[in-house]
Design a protein around this ligand. Structure first.
Ligand code: NAD
Length: 484
């Protein structure tokens, strides 16, 4: 923790409440670090419960007018916001690279994905029309969706722009007012999102950004006027937020960590498989909840593993998020080596400045090793050998997580078997990162997600709205029947 220091590249981060950026005067601050250089670029306030309450009061003031606007008018803001994301892609992606460390192409892809998420929100008027049916002569039942009210979105460090945009466009287009609590490790992108939405015409108080860490999140979970919370982050914290939020009678959707398995069959197409597997484990320095971290090598796949080794040696990746992350990742590798695994490509020992770990491939890992079951969250892939696809799926399904799973094969029968049997919310065939794109929804199973529904796409509609069931009768002839 450190006092405010004006020597950083960016001024101290400010909360955004009721349409105004406000200083965190008197709050404690944390350093914001560029992971590529290790230098401090800004400072972020650790906001107390009073700041959360101020944001909630601003959201409550905004809610009546915002929720009263027809959805067709609300989405006009998001048409403009999408254009602004596209017009500002250079600057927004550079900011991601600076605070998170992603390479330029990854940071740009993140902004394009934010634009796609916003495009989906623009289509909500077409897909949220209510339902109506004459259920008895002259008696009509209809269902209409209403916003939940004041909602909160708590986000992780690994997608500073995209994960906030998983929730902001849909929740707000559907009439809610929101408190965003970004990761304290990457708070700068959230400020730009707020500015662009203001430029797009979003009224004050509809989106508020409150920065901080544990204390801020706890205040969100406890605030009586926040009706719904989404969380994206580690399973450890997802459980805390889910338990605390639901204990306070809120609806909560909490997405957690992952340990994604790719099953590689001996008949898999060698070039595509080796390049896709390496891209999955090394993209964003392995800091994606959809990154593959275990390869289940079925039978003889050595020709594919050899290709992976040579691709990995030439791959350029960004740094990991912090010094602590580098130490954690390297200690997992060292422990696996000590337990008898064979390190084929070793990313340890890269010198600073900054926090660098190279792509790492470890063979002959067994399911009982720590590195086989725990989330490493770095550019590390372990290889577990399996006799057949049944054994591969059995090992995979012992994981407590269930975000993604994929199989590389030329056999339709094997592909179908894995898709059906994998205990994961998102499965792929010959795809290293099986992220569903809009209008399909994002969400895992098991300890990768707590709560009902998904966080994006059509699956998010139930979470961001409550339905009202209306029964009406207008003609007198229908007045006397069992429904009167
Ligand atoms: P994290 O759980 O450490 O932090 C996430 C958020 O929780 C942050 O906003 C942080 O301020 C807050 N937080 C941290 N500790 C807290 C505590 N004790 N009490 C209350 N709030 C707390 O996660 P991270 O390191 O920022 O992100 C990486 C993790 O997120 C990985 O586990 C990754 O798999 C996961 N993730 C999951 C998905 C998904 O869709 N399932 C997507 C992206 C990231």
């Amino acid at each position: 923790m450190s006092a405010i220091d004006i020597s950083t590249k960016y001024p101290p981060v400010r909360n955004y409440i009721g349409g105004t950026f406000v200083d965190g005067e008197g709050y404690n601050f944390l350093d914001v670090t560029n992971p590529a250089s290790g230098s401090v670029i800004s400072r972020v306030p650790l906001s107390p419960a009073t700041a959360v309450d101020r944001a909630v009061q601003a959201a409550k003031r905004a809610f009546p007018a915002w929720s009263n606007l027809p959805i067709k008018e609300r989405v006009q803001i998001f048409f403009r916001y999408k254009t602004l994301l596209e017009q500002n892609v250079d600057e927004l992606s550079a900011l991601i690279t600076e605070e998170n460390g992603k390479v330029d192409s990854e940071a740009r892809a993140e902004i394009l994905k934010s634009a796609e998420l916003t495009e989906f929100a623009c289509s909500l008027p077409q897909i949220t029309a209510g339902e109506v049916l004459e259920v008895s002569r002259g008696v009509e039942c209809r269902v209409e969706r209403f916003p939940v009210g004041i909602v909160a979105s708590i986000t992780p460090f690994n997608f500073p722009n995209m994960v906030p945009n998983w929730t902001i466009p849909n929740a707000i287009a559907l009439g809610n007012c929101m408190i965003l609590k970004p990761s304290e490790q990457v708070p700068l992108s959230a400020g730009r999102i707020a500015e662009l939405l203001r430029q797009a015409g979003l009224p004050e108080g509809v989106l508020n950004v409150v920065h901080g860490g544990q204390e801020t999140v706890e205040a969100i979970c406890d605030h009586p006027d926040i009706e719904g919370i989404t969380f994206v982050g580690s399973t450890r914290v997802a459980k805390i937020v889910y338990r605390r939020g639901t204990a306070n009678l809120k609806r909560v959707l909490a997405l957690g960590g992952a340990k994604n398995h790719l099953i590689v069959m001996p008949d898999a197409e060698p070039d595509m498989t080796s390049s896709n597997v390496v891209a999955s484990m090394s993209g964003c320095a392995g800091q994606r909840c959809m990154a593959a971290s275990v390869m289940m090598a079925v039978g003889n796949t050595d020709h594919i593993i050899n290709r992976m080794v040579s691709i990995m040696r030439g791959v350029k990746i960004g740094p990991v998020i912090s010094k602590e992350a580098k130490q954690r990742i390297e200690s997992y590798i060292t422990e696996a080596e000590k337990a008898g695994a064979k390190v084929l490509v070793d990313g340890r020992g890269k010198e600073g400045p900054g926090f660098w770990v190279g792509p790492t491939l470890i063979d002959y890992v067994t399911p009982d090793m720590k590195i086989a079951s725990e989330e490493v969250f770095g550019p590390v892939m372990v290889i577990i050998r399996a006799r057949d696809v049944e054994e591969a799926v059995r090992v995979q399904n012992k994981s407590r997580y269930g975000n993604a799973a994929s199989v590389f094969t030329e056999s339709g029968g094997v592909a179908r078997y894995v898709m059906e049997k994998a205990s994961a919310g998102m499965v792929g065939v010959n795809v290293g990162v099986p992220v569903p794109r809009e209008p399909f929804s994002f969400g895992g199973w098991n300890e990768s997600k707590f709560g009902v529904g998904d966080i994006t796409g059509r699956g998010s509609l139930e979470f961001w709205t409550k339905s009202k069931k209306m029964t009406t009768k207008w003609n007198k002839e229908a007045g006397i029947n069992w429904m009167s």
